[in-house]
Write a protein that binds this ligand. Structure first.
Ligand code: HEC
Ligand code: HEC
Ligand code: HEC
Length: 281
């Protein structure tokens, strides 16, 4: 008896703490772990996502052939819709209960019996079940399974990506500080370091961007670096500030807009709960 009771008590306690904690930070719903088998790396293809694209196409086809009155094709697409909708529950059994089985069988039945009013209602109900699941899980799923993962990207065995990022930021600020204070030589030296750091960072892109060989730094970034160099030597303080701003946007912010935001989100979702922190609440 105790063998069951004590673990249950512990699980209960932990669940309670996590629940309390979640109340503070807002609840994020994670998809069941069984979904992972339908995504890379467990699967070669994004099977789940492809089933979803089929569903959308099939909903459209059913609506179209119901309107235009083509019974044979209506039947064909309704059969597929039925198959792929039910497949959701086969693929992720935990989500079986989110399906509206009544609605999908009404779709099938009304197509067979050519009851178009009933079909339209059933399609509405079906569509609501798509929306409910999407509202809860779509964003977290896309982030978890499809956002590019930078956790294994490093600059060298001794320099992590984050350390390199911190160095880049320091160089950007160093240029700003020293140019403002009239220390041109130092500003130029920092720009040279920044330029090297940008080149080094560029060698990591190929890990994933395999087809486009040299995407970073591109021509625009290179031009901006040489323009900034010129401005630091002969330009006004305003020219220098503006060019540095431009460089920061095209060499840093643009990539952050895609990669840092989505990787941050992904890291949050995959982070193991920190029990020390949880217990402190
Ligand atoms: C039980 C949950 C669930 C149900 C029910 C469901 N979906 Fe989805 N759907 C998802 C998840 C999770 C994603 C996110 C997949 C991803 O981005 O990799 C998704 C993504 C999609 C996408 C891709 C969205 C995009 O534009 O990127 C389409 C299209 C889609 N679903 C269509 C449908 C249709 C149509 C139905 C109803 C007939 C439906 N889904 C029912 C869970 C569900
Ligand atoms: C871990 C894999 C990975 C690494 C490393 C990576 N990328 Fe990406 N990147 C992707 C994927 C996948 C996309 C496609 C869009 C998406 O799903 O976010 C993308 C899209 C982008 C985009 C937006 C879309 C486009 O093509 O314009 C930019 C900009 C970008 N990457 C820049 C970079 C730069 C610059 C580097 C190197 C400093 C880099 N990426 C390194 C995987 C990666
Ligand atoms: C791949 C495209 C990419 C480019 C280009 C890029 N970054 Fe980043 N940056 C990232 C990603 C991804 C992270 C999040 C890394 C992590 O949390 O592990 C990050 C994080 C950072 C951080 C936070 C580091 C920390 O301590 O958490 C700083 C600061 C930063 N970048 C500065 C820069 C600067 C300055 C530039 C331009 C000179 C730049 N980055 C260019 C992708 C990029």
């Amino acid at each position: 008896m105790l063998f069951i009771f004590i673990p249950c008590l512990l699980i209960g306690l932990v669940a309670f703490i996590v629940y309390q904690h979640n109340g503070k930070v807002g609840l994020t719903k994670l998809p069941p772990a069984s979904l992972a088998q339908w995504y890379k790396p467990e699967n070669k293809r994004q099977v789940w996502l492809h089933n979803m694209f089929k569903l959308r196409r099939e909903m459209q086809a059913v609506e179209y052939y119901a309107e235009t009155g083509n019974d044979a094709l209506l039947n064909k697409w309704a059969t597929r819709l039925n198959e792929h909708y039910l497949k959701i529950g086969d693929m992720v059994p935990e989500w079986q209960k989110m399906l509206n089985i009544r609605a999908i069988s009404d779709v099938k039945e009304s197509v067979q019996n050519k009851q178009f009013e009933m079909l339209s209602e059933a399609m509405n109900e079906l569509s609501k079940s798509c929306d409910t699941c999407h509202d809860n899980y779509r964003a977290t799923t896309a982030t978890l399974y499809r956002a590019p993962d930078f956790s294994t990207i490093e600059i060298s065995p001794s320099i992590s990506l984050v350390e390199h990022m911190d160095a880049l930021t320091k160089q950007v600020n160093q240029i700003k500080i020293t140019s403002e204070d009239g220390m041109t030589e130092l500003a130029l030296a920092s720009l040279s370091d920044l330029s090297d750091g940008i080149n080094t960072l560029g060698s990591t892109c190929i890990n994933c961007h395999k087809s486009d060989k040299r995407i970073y730094p591109d021509e625009a970034i290179k031009n901006s670096i040489s323009q900034l160099k010129q401005n630091l030597k002969t330009g006004t303080l305003k020219d220098q500030g503006q060019e540095l701003g431009t460089l920061a946007v095209i060499a840093c912010a643009r990539c952050h807009g895609t990669h840092r935001i989505s990787y941050d989100e992904k890291s949050k979702l995959t982070a193991k709960p920190n029990w020390d922190q949880l217990l402190k609440h």
